[in-house]
Ligand binder design. Structure first.
Ligand SMILES: NC(=O)C1=CN([C@@H]2O[C@H](COP(=O)(O)OP(=O)(O)OC[C@H]3O[C@@H](n4cnc5c(N)ncnc54)[C@H](OP(=O)(O)O)[C@@H]3O)[C@@H](O)[C@H]2O)C=CC1
Ligand SMILES: CC(C)(CO)C(=O)C(=O)O
Length: 308
């Protein structure tokens, strides 16, 4: 029988555990977890995986996510599910186990962490994924697969032959999760970024579900201005979307996710750090670099920074 491929998962939180549970049905999956959470006497980790139809117990081998050991224990495929602000450091800590052939897939929302990792490892095959899958982790022992979605995968690192992306996508598709290859993953990441810029900070400031934004004066009076700024930021990055197109997209996502508590509001409610610096913060840094003024985005960024 052919040997199963080994996949290392860095960041066994909500989304990482969902992919780990799904991929482990056909692959050898190893969780890389913070060293202070690894029990030397217990190199396995279990969690309850609650999917739409059933609850199962998933038990997977785990290793500390920091390494000083070269040569042995090299990583072939690394899927990264840390929050955007933790990603660069988490990948750096694994450096001794990463070779120029290690392929790395980044699942972070927002923008900036992808560039940080490609700058760190300019010669590696690096890929980004943009996903609408939904998972949450109410406590350390339970992962809820909250909403089925779709994932797009594309190359962002050193130029790769098409067969590399094909082979990686068939490996990830063995999870059973819906996966589509795209030659233009940056555009997908940018559209998701624009949506997150135009929904997440408002929900955090107004403490409401996505669907409750429409009709609130703060949102209604500033969303058009914000979409103009986002359209300008996208243009600088080579992506043409008019402000009207962006606003229509934002309203459509709000309507389709009306009952959602946005990831930023979930973080605020849980007292966790938000990803604001990689969402509206990324737009502000782009505006700063190009000496442009994007006052609506800046105001949202400053308000979220000041309050949380
Ligand atoms: N959840 C979802 O449905 C979706 C999430 N995303 C994106 O995916 C990313 C992950 O989100 P999510 O899973 O919700 O976040 P979580 O906070 O649930 O998971 C992140 C995990 O990374 C771990 N971590 C941080 N640093 C390290 C490290 N150095 N070594 C090992 N583990 C580390 C954290 O550990 P600890 O808990 O100990 O801090 C945590 O378990 C985010 O960028 C998010 O925006 C995108 C779409 C959907
Ligand atoms: C699309 C949206 C806004 C859905 O809640 C999201 O991605 C998030 O909450 O981060």
């Amino acid at each position: 029988m052919a040997e199963q491929p080994t996949i290392h998962i860095l960041g066994a939180g909500a989304l990482g555990s969902l992919w780990a549970a799904q991929l482990s049905q056909q692959n050898h999956v190893i969780l890389l977890v913070k060293p202070d959470t690894v029990d030397p006497a217990q190199s396995y980790r279990s969690f309850q995986f609650v999917d739409q139809n059933q609850t199962s117990t998933v038990t997977l081998p785990c290793e500390p996510s920091i390494s000083h050991v070269k040569e042995e224990h090299l990583i072939e495929t690394l899927l990264v599910f840390t929050k955007s602000y933790d990603t660069l450091n988490a990948v750096k800590q694994l450096a001794p186990r990463i070779t120029p052939l290690t392929r790395i897939v980044l699942f972070q929302n927002g923008m900036g962490s992808q560039q940080e990792v490609t700058n760190l490892l300019p010669n590696n095959p690096i890929f980004a994924a943009s996903t609408t899958e939904g998972a949450n982790r109410p406590d350390k022992s339970r992962v809820i697969y909250a909403g089925k979605g779709e994932t797009w995968l594309g190359s962002i690192g050193a130029q790769q032959p098409e067969c590399e992306l094909k082979s990686l996508s068939s490996l990830l598709a063995s999870s059973g999760l819906k996966l589509t290859r795209t030659p233009d993953i940056w555009e997908k990441l940018w559209l998701k970024l624009a949506i997150n810029c135009a929904i997440n900070p408002y929900t955090a400031l107004l403490d409401c579900n996505n669907g409750e934004l429409i009709g609130q004066p703060l949102f209604d009076n500033s969303i058009t201005l914000l979409c103009h700024e986002l359209s300008q930021a996208m243009k600088i990055s080579g992506i043409e979307k008019t402000a009207d197109e962006l606003q229509a997209l934002v309203i459509d996502v709000i309507n389709k996710t009306a009952n959602n508590v946005s990831s930023m509001l979930q973080d605020v409610r849980a007292g966790k750090q938000t990803e604001i610096e990689y969402i509206n913060g990324y737009i502000e840094s782009l505006a700063h670099t190009h000496e442009l003024s994007m006052p609506t985005n800046l105001w949202l960024l400053q308000q979220v920074r000041a309050r949380y």
